[in-house]
Design a protein around this ligand. Structure first.
Ligand SMILES: [Mn+2]
Length: 463
């Protein structure tokens, strides 16, 4: 099944330092023909170089610049069409990989569990914020999305809701590209600090990446250095923040809301002084968590725990909305919560916000959720309550990519634009998958994992 080391049929065995022939990158920068639908302020991104300069080298002065990021985009796009997976190290050498991940990790680890994007971070009357859902290694669709929405800039913020890797064949390139856009706040003069926010998805974990392809992808691409590269990625995943608040009025996270971590005293033990504290075991006593609790959660775990006292990260990454009122354990997934419209209302009120934007459910998951909308347009409005709305956005069109055409959903992907003054009225943009997608071999057993995201195999996670 996994023949990842075989070159795709289109692979040319060009030496890595040879610039590609002019026709090879025609479909990304030069002929993306769908007119950009962005209406208002659209600063024109700096014109990309026509051909990638490979291999990727150290940025001048060790500083991440727009040119460097543009070249990285071109390079990954070109390599995906002209090289076999195992040739990736010839364009992205391990030392450059190390530097990029370290640079971004340092920033990410310092961010709070919930990043606030507001005037303090440069959000102003000319700003827009683009919110993106799951992208799952679909590099070409991410490149399209960035171009369609307009690249990150002084006035254009991006919040990605997680699930960068797994399933798609270019999870590593996708993740690295987003890390590059994240930039380096120490170099604020040169590059844009705090314009791109990368939240953690449930797939940014050891468990998911070992089942749904990312680990095998990295090992296939980096061979003897694969374990090192994979480990560095996992360390970076641990640093990803969990949620964002945009403009004081929108909460975003991969899965959704979370429980209160308040502990209640258990029955007093025999000895009067020997009071035992346990986590509230009664699901009927589940209650919504607060921002303070979210900020205190311990997010740097390889896999968010589904039991014990640190349950908030698992809730934020794995929960799903339901059409039935109430808060209950998410039995389908084995981790996280299900929450109803009443909880959406309570959460909006509690945080004094208007919108929740989450992701996490693609067309396959939605097929089995009666009462909730399908994901064919890339987004749904799940709860419409007095104080505002709950939205799901999914940004991987034509997902998942390896199923036979007739088994795929032909869903569109979508992203959301939030505009001033209050950033609380979502503008939806749906888009089709980029075609043709370069041929690639899957890095996971997609026939065994058709809808597998739904269920956490607790036994295998414990190992
Ligand atoms: Mn997910």
């Amino acid at each position: 099944m996994l023949s990842a080391s075989e070159p795709p049929p289109t692979a040319a065995s060009l030496p890595s330092a040879t610039p590609p022939p002019p026709s090879s990158d025609e479909d990304f920068f030069s002929s993306v023909s769908v007119a950009s639908t962005s209406s208002t302020s659209s600063p024109i991104p700096s014109p990309p170089q026509p051909h990638p300069q490979i291999p990727i080298t150290w940025p001048e002065d060790g500083t991440l610049t727009l040119d460097w990021v543009n070249n990285l985009m071109l390079t990954f796009d070109w390599a995906s069409k002209n090289l076999s997976p195992s040739e990736l190290p010839s364009v992205m050498p391990v030392p450059i990989f190390d530097w990029l991940v370290l640079t971004a990790s340092k920033i990410l680890h310092k961010e709070p569990n919930c990043v606030h994007i507001d005037s303090g971070s440069g959000l102003g009357p000319d700003s827009t914020v683009v919110v993106v859902g799951d992208v799952h290694g679909q590099l070409h669709d991410v490149l399209f999305l960035l171009r369609d929405a307009g690249f990150p800039s002084d006035d254009r913020f991006f919040v990605f809701n997680g699930d960068y890797v797994d399933r798609g064949a270019w999870g590593l390139e996708t993740f690295l590209l987003l890390l590059a856009w994240k930039g380096d706040t120490r170099q604020a003069v040169v590059f844009m600090p705090n314009r791109v926010f990368l939240l953690r998805g449930n797939h940014e974990s050891k468990y998911c990446t070992s089942v749904y392809g990312f680990e095998k992808e990295v090992l296939a691409k980096y061979a003897e250095n694969g374990k090192h590269v994979y480990r560095k990625c996992l360390m970076c995943f641990e640093g990803l923040p969990l949620a964002s608040i945009i403009g004081g009025s929108v909460y975003t996270a991969h899965g959704g809301i979370f429980r209160s971590s308040a502990l209640i005293p258990a029955k007093r033990a025999k000895g009067k002084k020997n009071r035992k504290i346990v986590l509230n075991p009664d699901p009927s006593a589940l209650s919504l968590g607060s921002m303070e609790e979210l900020l205190k959660a311990r997010r740097s775990v390889l896999d968010p725990p589904w039991e014990g006292t640190n349950l908030i990260p698992g809730d934020v990454l794995w929960s799903d909305p339901s059409m039935k009122d109430g808060l209950s354990p998410n039995k389908e997934r084995g981790i996280g919560l299900l929450w109803g419209p009443d909880c959406t209302e309570d959460f909006l009120k509690k945080l004094n916000i208007k919108l929740i934007i989450r992701s996490h459910e693609g067309p396959d998951a939605r097929e089995k959720r009666p009462g909730l909308g399908g994901m064919d347009q890339g987004y749904t409005i799940d709860h419409d309550v007095e104080s505002g709305k709950l939205i799901t956005v999914f940004s991987a069109p034509d997902y998942p990519q390896f199923q036979a055409t007739e088994d795929r959903y032909r869903n569109k992907g979508a992203y959301i634009i939030l505009e001033p003054p209050n950033f609380d009225i979502p503008v939806f943009r749906s888009f089709e998958a980029v075609t043709p997608r370069p041929k690639a071999n899957p890095f996971y057993d997609f026939e065994d994992c058709v809808d597998s995201d739904e269920e956490l195999d607790l036994a295998s996670m414990a190992t």
